[in-house]
Design a protein around this ligand. Structure first.
Ligand code: BJW
Length: 251
């Protein structure tokens, strides 16, 4: 990679948080191994058995809030990229995550879209207002807006629902020159189609994963996100600083 990129979009999935101790979905020991997707991750499943759905997200929230769950070097490298790019006013950067954990923010990322929602937020089904939450969410809980029990749900995007921030994501995909997908299996749309959109509009597309997902990218790098991500970010920043130094010398 020698070109200094001017507009970068990074998509992350469960694989980037796996080394922080958060289960992925589709591994043999993943979250979907013991849960049926239609029971847990659809509006119909929530309607049928809200207690089971609350229980699933309550357990994941409790786990996320344990002290040993921390961002890893992949999250930190992406936060560093965002921070360093601030010195290059003509570059653009967007981080899009499918993850509902808060590890990107905790690593220092600021320009971030949680397209599948956030585990530490809940939403009123009636008013759509969003509130922060650290404790368990129950059917008995009344929300601060409508003051009725049973109207609160996890602020996550289930199958059949519209992911969040799609307009900004699509605009960025159409204008980026580098698209990187880290630790996602490419099973869930629309995220699974982002590489094709970016590629169609001329971006170089790069997949970082433990193994091949079978998706079409210009380039694949296999290995743990905690290793491949920092080395990619070093490469991107080195190319940028070299071209900057060159321009400064010949100005
Ligand atoms: C590592 C690693 C390490 C591990 N280092 N790597 C037919 C065709 C096409 C689409 C559809 C269709 N029928 C229905 C649809 C649409 C549907 C869909 O995609 N269904 C598929 C099953 C086919 N999608 C939707 O309904 C979405 N909404 C929608 O489409 O709205 C309409 C629309 C139209 C047009 C434009 C825009 C919108 C909503 C999807 C909601 C997904 N929700 C979930 C659960 C909620 C959040 C939560 O509980 O956490 O989101 S499902 C679940 O999967 C979760 C994840 O964010 C998502 C993606 O999973 P991810 O991140 O890829 O994890 P894994 O486990 O699959 O993969 C981990 C990867 O990491 C693996 O590859 C490992 O190898 C790798 N790895 N360790 C590097 N250390």
């Amino acid at each position: 990679m020698n070109t200094p990129y001017k507009s970068i979009v990074v998509l992350t999935g469960a694989g980037i948080s796996a080394e922080s101790g958060i289960q992925t979905f589709r591994a043999a020991d993943g979250l979907w191994e013991n849960h049926r997707i239609e029971d847990i991750a659809t509006p119909e499943g929530f309607q049928k058995n809200p207690v089971a759905v609350h229980d699933f997200y309550n357990q994941r929230r409790r786990h996320l809030l344990q002290t040993e769950i921390k961002p890893n070097s992949a999250h930190s490298a992406l936060a560093k990229l965002e921070h360093e790019l601030e010195s290059y006013p003509d570059t653009r950067y967007l981080l899009v995550t499918q993850n509902i954990d808060n590890l990107h923010e905790r690593a220092g990322s600021k320009k971030l879209i949680h397209m599948h929602g956030e585990l530490l937020k809940m939403r009123c089904c009636v008013t759509g207002l969003i509130f922060e939450i650290q404790q368990d969410l129950t059917l008995e809980q009344c929300c601060r807006c409508c003051r009725q029990p049973g109207n609160l749900r996890p602020h996550v995007v289930w199958f059949g629902e519209m992911p969040l921030g799609m307009h900004e994501i699509e605009q960025s995909l159409m204008s980026c020159d580098l698209f990187v997908a880290i630790g996602t299996s490419g099973n869930v749309y629309p995220a699974a189609g982002f590489n094709q959109t970016a590629r169609h509009y001329g971006a170089h597309t790069l997949e970082l994963n433990l193994e091949s997902t079978g998706s079409t990218f210009d380039e694949h790098r296999y290995g743990r996100a905690s290793e491949t991500t920092p080395s990619l970010i070093t490469e991107i920043l080195r190319n940028l600083s070299q071209i900057q130094a060159f321009n400064d010398n010949y100005r």
